[in-house]
Write a protein that binds this ligand. Sequence first.
Ligand SMILES: Cc1cc2nc3c(=O)[nH]c(=O)nc-3n(C[C@H](O)[C@H](O)[C@H](O)COP(=O)(O)OP(=O)(O)OC[C@H]3O[C@@H](n4cnc5c(N)ncnc54)[C@H](O)[C@@H]3O)c2cc1C
Length: 408
Amino acid sequence: MTNNYSGSSRQILIVGNGAAGLSAAKAARAQSPEAKIIMFGEDNRLPYYRLRLCDYIGKSVDSDKLQISNEEWFEKNRIIIELSRKVTAIDVEARKVITNGKEYSYDSLVLATGSTPIMPPFKNKELSGIHTIWTWEDIVEINKSLLDARKAVVIGGGLLGLEAAHKISNLGIDVSLTEFMPRLLPKQLDEEGSEIFSGKVQSLGISVFCGKSAAGFEGDNHGHVTQVHMADDTLAEADVVIVTVGVAPKTGIFRNSGMSMNRCLNVNEKMETSIKGIYAAGDVASINGTWFGQWTVAAKQGQISGTNAAGGNAVYNTTGVPYILSTMGTKVVCSGDTGDLQPNNSDMPYEIDQKIDKEQFNYSKLVFRNGLLVGYILIGEPAKAFNKLQSLIKTSVSADTINKILYG
Ligand SMILES: Cc1cc2nc3c(=O)[nH]c(=O)nc-3n(C[C@H](O)[C@H](O)[C@H](O)COP(=O)(O)OP(=O)(O)OC[C@H]3O[C@@H](n4cnc5c(N)ncnc54)[C@H](O)[C@@H]3O)c2cc1C
């Protein structure tokens, strides 16, 4: 059946009940008090702070603290939220979305289906005790596995792996973190920064193994994991394994829609896809080829797409989005050109101001070119002041002035 709403106002559909979907709904309502706004979620949960999930490793999830908006908020803002309603296809010719049970027509459509964690084809990956992390339900299952656990292996040293390793280690469980790349956060940090950060992780009792990749798992007679089999033929004991090797944008239902996509849906700075009236935001979208995979970016892109879906004219500025990681009781922030994008050349060499404090795990690297600050990496104490640095990028501020801001 087609669910046509009466009246002449614009009907805006939002696929996805995460950070991007929710801010799209909010912005659409702010832009258009009359629009009919319907948001779909395939699970049965009101939007929640996905990025805080690891705080509930080892304890029961506090729904009041994790939930972003309650039912009253949706009612007050006249946003219809359809939960347990998975969108299965989009008919761009007929301007309809097809869900499990109903079809809905749209005037504008926002696609905010987010990501799904990647599970490589590891041998014996179906053993119990092996988990990925993306949803509330994943945390509930991880907590069951942790009840009697003594040893955990976290595969993947990115944002999610680090956070999971830290929280599991806090429970008194022996944690090993394995990273395929030769150092932690290689995309974000230079060698010195990575060494400082790795030192901080190890100071918390977590064993770090870089340059090691997993190949599969061994289990006991009950089908429960007991060991991780590494590609170099070594074995690591584990009664819980967390696999955090990356996420894949959830694009499956758009594959036959004719929309331009690579790994993600391609959008322009207005968050428009290649099909008029259809917008995409958050982890599922790549804006002029750039993918972020970050909460604040998803929320901002959602806002832009919701505004435009409701008839506005907003633009997302991709420049100056810093990478921010808060975990292991420290903060890592990097932004701009951190000194390794182009080889140094005599025309415009990098000028670097670096401060390394191995004991306190503090680090700052300020990168200048042609007298202008072009980027930075901050770890620990100096990272607390990163907000004050962001607006200085591309200005001719001196290293001394910045260091006063960072170190007082
Ligand atoms: C444990 C954890 C910690 C994180 N920590 C940080 C952090 O510190 N900093 C940071 O910047 N980022 C962090 N992230 C990443 C951040 O949470 C994501 O970038 C962000 O959630 C993306 O938002 P989104 O709305 O695009 O997608 P999602 O949050 O994935 O939401 C998409 C929603 O759409 C629904 N959906 C999907 N397909 C359909 C369909 N066909 N029909 C209906 N509904 C559908 C999904 O069920 C989901 O609820 C973390 C993520 C996790 C899991």
